[in-house]
Design a binder for this molecule. Structure first.
Ligand code: F6P
Length: 326
């Protein structure tokens, strides 16, 4: 076992359901191994400012089921600069923190890697983002909960869409990735899905919409990932309207709704597994890695690989969704 006595924990980037459950797991696992824990407020911003608070088992009571992150989160511009990271490393040393758990996504792990590389601070990551876009894990924390929210919303949209024979374009999150869009399109029986990973053409989309109405479907839903390459969802809707002036076409942007709410059962279980894996990794001398779960096994992936490799989207789901939406 390494000589790490005090472990810091922070949440960074966009919040995700399950972050609180992961903080709880990190704190309780550290206490189990008789280590002290320090919570860092507001991600890397709080790290730079030394905004720390000691945590024990009771500090994390009753947070397992809460959405958001009680430590709060931020996207820090200062931490992108070497001076910011040097200040952060100083604060950690001053507070006697020997190892850090960072719960976040792509940007957070780029920073975590540099903190380790430049200042030798052992950092281990827990993938926390609703986007599911990290290489080295089947699922990121928050993805399952967010997709459940989307499915619930689209089911509701379906009720009103079919009452009026309307076409709805529903925009879901995913700045650079279509994981949320693809999974929820299949789960809600959407007519089509527009993804960042696939060069869909407007002609293709128009064809699918035409088919839907020709097949006498009373409601048609197209799920649009925000980071798609066809453009803004309202512009896509306008283009569709120009081909089908008689089809009543509406747009719903689900936005930050998708990041809120209680974590699902799967996210809570994942949070427990990853929280324990992160603390045990630090205590076993691992650093510069993200913990993940692949086919039910805990795996560790170097931050650089987790960030630079693209998590593969299973486009077979698109084929299945299209077969089932006739
Ligand atoms: O990274 C998760 C995410 O929810 C993206 O899907 C989305 O584009 C982004 O965060 C929104 O970030 P913000 O809350 O900072 O606007």
């Amino acid at each position: 076992m390494s000589n790490i006595r005090t472990i810091g924990v922070l949440t960074s980037g966009g919040d995700a359901p399950g972050m609180n459950a992961a903080i709880r797991a990190v704190v309780r696992c550290s206490v189990y191994y008789e280590r002290s824990v320090v919570g860092v407020k507001r991600g890397y911003e709080g790290l730079i400012e030394g905004d720390f608070e000691p945590l024990d088992s009771r500090s994390v009571k009753n947070i397992l089921s809460l959405g958001g992150t009680f430590l709060k989160s931020a996207r820090s511009a200062e931490f992108i600069e070497p001076e910011g990271r040097a200040k952060a490393a100083d604060q950690l040393r001053k507070a006697g923190v020997d190892g850090l758990v960072v719960i976040g996504g792509n940007g957070s792990f780029t920073g975590a890697h540099l903190l380790y590389k430049e200042h030798g601070i052992p950092v281990v990551g827990i993938p926390g983002t609703i986007d599911n876009d990290l290489f080295g894990t089947d699922f990121t924390l928050g993805y399952d909960s967010a997709t459940n929210v989307v499915v619930d919303c689209i089911d509701k949209i379906r009720d009103t869409a079919s009452s009026h024979n309307r076409l709805f374009l529903v925009e879901v999150m995913g700045r650079d990735s279509g994981f949320i869009a693809l999974r929820t399109a299949l789960a809600t029986g959407a007519l089509d899905v527009v993804l960042p990973e696939k060069n869909s053409s407007l002609d293709e989309l128009v064809r699918e919409v035409g088919k839907g109405f020709a097949n006498k479907k009373t409601s048609n839903i197209v799920v649009v990932a925000e980071g798609n390459r066809l453009g803004n969802t309202f512009e896509i809707a306008d283009k569709i309207k120009s081909h089908f002036p008689d089809i009543d076409t509406k747009v719903t942007i689900l936005g930050h709704l998708q990041r809120g709410g209680a974590p699902s059962c799967s996210d809570r279980v994942l949070a427990g597994k990853l929280g324990v894996a992160a603390v045990e990794a630090l205590l076993n001398g691992k650093a510069d890695v993200m913990c993940g779960v692949i086919e039910n096994q805990t795996v560790y992936t170097f931050f650089q690989q987790a960030v630079y490799n693209k998590a593969p989207l299973n486009l077979e789901l698109l084929r299945i969704a299209r077969i089932l939406s006739i």
